[in-house]
Ligand binder design. Structure first.
Ligand SMILES: N[C@@H](CCC(=O)N[C@@H](CS)C(=O)NCC(=O)O)C(=O)O
Length: 223
């Protein structure tokens, strides 16, 4: 039986969603973020040394890293529905977006989360202006321009096709959901980018997505 080690409000929601799309049975083992630090509890380190979510176990296999997990599950349990055929342009785009999600899209969103917290969080009054000034500078010079450029790029890519890899929904759309959902709560993604906004609406309407939400519990991304 596949076990998904699921941290609340996290990337492991994507794993539940893929398993629902595949109609594959699985068990959810829940972990709660620390209310103050938002970090995962130490219990997750007993499953995988990095103690991050998602992690799955499937028989002898223990696997972390959401992209690797989605690839593993799709290659083992998909009957060709959710991964484009080998050697096709769709497959190449699929590979690209599978990597883009964590390799390129998430870093500026994570940096924004961190620097926003530095800007607005409590700290001793004598360091506050300096820390806030640095946070503002990094965001303006690096984080926000990158985010904008990436959102424009993703918007234009969805201009010419229905899903990220091509005309058919694929596992790459599941992988891309997390950065786009994070961008919607913290990165300036709104209706001014109608293709990306439509993408979010379409995925949220999928029955498998909704079933995964019921299994995973409350899903509110950090802002
Ligand atoms: N690139 C990794 C990132 C894993 C990751 O950072 N997971 C977050 C949840 S979204 C986590 O476990 N955070 C809690 C912590 O760092 O303690 C993946 O895609 O699986």
């Amino acid at each position: 039986m596949i076990v998904v080690h699921h941290l609340n409000n996290s990337r492991s929601q994507r794993v539940l969603w893929l398993l629902e799309e595949l109609g594959q049975p699985y068990e959810v083992r829940r972990y709660q973020r620390d209310a103050k630090t938002m970090l995962a509890p130490p219990a997750l380190r007993a499953v995988h040394p990095l103690g991050k979510s998602p992690v799955i176990t499937d028989g002898d296999v223990t696997l972390a890293e959401s992209g690797a997990i989605l690839e593993y599950l799709a290659s083992r349990y998909d009957d060709g529905k959710l991964v484009p055929g080998d050697g096709t342009p769709e497959r190449l785009r699929y590979v690209y977006w599978m990597h883009f999600a964590e390799g390129s899209a998430m870093p500026p969103l994570l940096l924004k989360l961190i620097f926003d917290r530095i800007e607005s969080g409590p700290m001793p009054f004598f360091v506050r202006p300096i820390a806030r000034g640095i946070a503002r500078k990094v965001k303006d010079a690096m984080v926000l321009p990158n985010l904008e450029r990436q959102l424009d790029f993703m918007e234009s890519e969805l201009g010419g096709r229905e899903w990220f890899a091509g005309p058919a929904f694929s596992t790459a759309d599941i992988q891309m959901s997390f950065p786009l959902e994070a961008a919607a709560v913290r990165g300036g993604l709104d209706e001014r980018r109608p293709k990306l906004w439509d993408f979010l609406k379409k995925i949220h309407a999928r029955p498998a997505y909704r079933r995964a939400l019921e299994k995973g519990g409350k899903y509110e991304l950090l802002r």
